[in-house]
Ligand binder design. Sequence first.
Ligand code: C2E
Ligand code: MG
Ligand code: MG
Ligand code: MG
Length: 288
Amino acid sequence: DAKRVGGSGWRAYDPASTLRRARSRLLEAELRTGLDQGQFFLLFQPQVALTSGRLAGAEALLRWQHPTLGTISPAEFISISEANGFICDLGQFMFREACKAATSWPSHVSVAVNISPVQFLRGDLISDIRAALDASGLQPHRLHVEITESIFVERSEELFSKLDALRDLGVTIALDDFGTGYSSLSYISSLPLDKLKIDQSFVREMVSDSATQSIVQAVMTLAHGLSLKVVGEGIENALQAEMLAAMGCEEGQGYLFGRPQSARQIQALSAAHSLLSGGHDVSLGALA
Ligand code: C2E
Ligand code: MG
Ligand code: MG
Ligand code: MG
């Protein structure tokens, strides 16, 4: 831990970043074995129709249960997998598992899968999705793919032809984390989208900040003008759900309605009359 500062040209020893790099390398070396040995699995978070309270769908969220390192968050392993291309192998797994899970749910319940920008631009995305649909027999419209604004940084010909190919597969296309990127409201009108997910940061701030509330209202109006359905993300309390419902938001997702859970638990939830009542003391009736 001897370090030299000043004009010596030696880099200051930073234990935290050294540890981070070591952990990154360790995780990277474990990815392949992890996938082969079944350490990766999907959890599904409920998406609820805000007027009826019925389950509308579930978002697949990837988890890595490592035998000695424990549960590793996607925030950590997704970026490592993007950097080395492994995300494309993970993607194939995700599509296959998500489609299979959804076939055990009623036909009005959809499944959403996140696509990372790297996967979108470099992976064998279209054939992976087609293979997963074919193997499971899932109706394509029940598969929702979530893309983020970051894929539009590079507005290439290839990007648009991939979007068209997705559209041709018949899957539903959702724009995730809307508001955190840099696409203008008018730009998204030129894209083949079906759904817009309002990022959880807006849902959180909306309640106490009237400027944020105006932004959410404006996004809602624009989305509906473009015939897009809107999903509010990160709903943790009844007030947030009520405000979004009052603004005409079709669906909601967040800890209020349920944490990410197993495919079997989603199947059980799909039988419930309403996820707005019973279990939660939430009532949207007053807004009707
Ligand atoms: P995302 O797609 O925006 O997913 C929503 C994240 O917010 C999830 O975290 C979810 O657990 C969390 N969340 C849901 N409701 C609430 C809430 O009420 N409050 C709070 N504070 N958080 C909530 P998770 O599962 O850790 O995933 C984080 C991100 O990792 C995802 O963000 C997504 O970008 C990425 N990710 C997860 N699974 C996959 C995957 O299978 N493939 C790819 N490419 N990315 C994935
Ligand atoms: Mg998502
Ligand atoms: Mg999101
Ligand atoms: Mg997010």
